[in-house]
Design a protein around this ligand. Structure first.
Ligand code: HPA
Length: 272
């Protein structure tokens, strides 16, 4: 059923604009302004697209953006779905299925995340090289849809090494502070306790957040190339540096890091 629904959604998008996107971009918290860099051909509100649920979280407006960025045909997801909103894993990842059916081969995801690595400071960028799925669920649970991918997708080379290397050299050339790291994904919506942040550090998580992992699993299932960048918005390790975190702060830091992220993504795409 998910395949047929995704085909229907993709068919609707194609009926609005005959445009085969090469690159999909998930515009995460506070990073929605990357949109202003896209030469937009068409915007499609999610509410018009069959089977797309509506966004609810502050800062997520909910539309597909089709256009060009650095000479590439891109499709942006302005507004994403989170598991903590009470949606199912299938709903959260549905847009990624649609992107694939529209022709997207490369998926770029941005997110805001807490830093559980003492070396990663507030405002730093982290190119994700691996993840730990701490959601109690997996979006691929249930009958496998072979038309999307295999029952047991391999996760060894999930994150594109060539794009991480490229992003790191661009960051160096632009004097942008960046790291590579492991994204620790969990469900939220409560933030973590100090003991949990410490656990995440011990288990090998460099940043922690409530999104991305479901989308990445589904994208890997469908054989997409994946590039994920986190903006570290709050310090979570060592424990003595933890301060109360508010959504406003997270959005503010993510917004102020946005020009760095935009510069890297634009250059990266221009070199593809
Ligand atoms: N924990 C989980 N998700 C987050 C955080 C955090 O500290 N900061 C931004 N997103």
């Amino acid at each position: 059923m998910i395949f047929e629904n995704a085909e229907e959604a993709a068919g609707y998008v194609r009926s609005i604009l005959d445009f085969e996107p090469q690159v999909g971009i998930v515009l995460g918290t506070g990073l929605g302004n990357l949109v202003s860099e896209i030469e937009i051909e068409r915007e499609i509100p999610y509410k018009n697209i069959p089977h797309f649920s509506l966004t609810t979280v502050e800062g997520h407006s909910g539309k597909l953006i089709l256009g060009h960025l650095s000479g590439k045909r891109v499709i942006g997801l302005a507004g994403r779905f989170h598991y903590y909103e009470g949606r199912t894993m299938q709903e959260v990842t549905f847009p990624i299925r649609v992107l694939k059916l529209l022709g997207v081969e490369l998926l770029i995801i941005s997110n805001a995340a807490g830093s559980t690595n003492a070396k990663i400071g507030v405002g730093d960028l982290v190119f994700i090289r691996d993840h730990i799925n701490f959601h109690a669920e997996n979006p691929l649970r249930g009958e496998n849809e072979d038309r999307f991918g295999p029952r047991f997708p391999d996760m060894l080379n999930t994150y594109s090494k060539r794009l991480n290397d490229n992003a790191m050299s661009i960051a160096k050339s632009l004097k942008i502070k960046a790291h590579t790291g492991v994204y620790f994904g969990l469900s939220g919506p409560s933030l973590e306790t100090p003991a949990e942040y410490r656990m995440i550090n011990i288990l090998g998580g460099d940043v922690v957040g409530m999104s991305t992992v479901p989308e990445v699993i589904v994208a890997q299932h469908m054989g997409m190339e994946i590039f994920v960048v986190s903006v570290a918005t709050n310090k979570c390790f060592p424990i003595k540096l933890i301060r109360p975190t508010t959504l406003d702060e997270v959005i503010e830091v993510a917004n102020s890091a946005e020009p760095k992220l935009t510069a890297i993504v634009k250059k990266m795409l221009s070199e593809l």
